[in-house]
Design a binder for this molecule. Sequence first.
Ligand code: URA
Length: 234
Amino acid sequence: MRLDKYLSDMGAGTRSELKKAIKAGLVTVDSKTITDPGIHVSPDSVVLFQGRPVAYETYVYYMLHKPAGVISASEDPRETTVVDLITEQKRKDLFPVGRLDRDTEGLLIITNDGEMSHRLLSPRHHVDKIYYARVTGEVTQDDIQAFESGIVLPDGLECLPAVLRVLGQSEYCDTEVTIREGKFHQIKRMFLALGHEVVYLKRLSMGPLTLDPDLAPGEYRRLTSEEVSLLKSV
Ligand code: URA
C-alpha cells in the first residue's frame, strides 16, 4: 500500500498532512528517508515518523463497556458514537460488532475485522448473548415457559427459544436472559409481548467473551490474544 495510506490507517494524520510530512523528509522506511508519499510499503516495512516507529496492525479488537447515551455507530455528525470512545485510535475503519440501543449498557466489541464480525452476528452461528434485564411487574413461570417456547411478537416475528431466569423480585423484577439472535430491540420487545417493560438493560456476554468487571461504563481495553482466538473459533 502507499506510504501515506499506511500512516493514515495508523492514525498518524490526514492524508494531506502526511503527504507534506513525507515530502519534508520526516519519514523513513527501512532506514531510508523517503520523500515520495506514493511509494509502496508492506505491513512488514519498518516505518519511522519523526523518529518514532509506526507499526502496521491489520486488525484491532477492543472490548468496550458501552455506557448509556451513546449510539452504536462508527460516526455521526451530532451524536457521540461508541467508536468515538476508543480514544487511543484515530484509525477510520473501526466499527461496533452489532448494535446495542442508546440506553443499553454493557459488552460491545469494536474492531475492523469484518469477517469476525460477520461470523459473530450470523444467525447460522448461534452465538449466545446474555443480558441482565430489570423489568416491570412480576415475571412468572408462564413467562419463563413463553421465552423457552419462542415468543411470537405482535408483528408476527417468531423469536428463537430463549432462556429467562429470575434473579430477584422487588419493585421491579431482575432477570437474566440468553438469546441467540439480535433482532432490533429484541429483548425489550420480547418482554413487552408479555406485558413487561424493560427499565434497564445490560449485555453481560457474547459467545465466549464476558464483560470485564474492571471496566467502568465508557472504559475499554484491547482484547487479549486468547480472547481473540476464542472469538475466532466461534
Ligand atoms: N435487545 C434490546 O432490546 N436492546 C438491546 O440493546 C439489545 C438487545
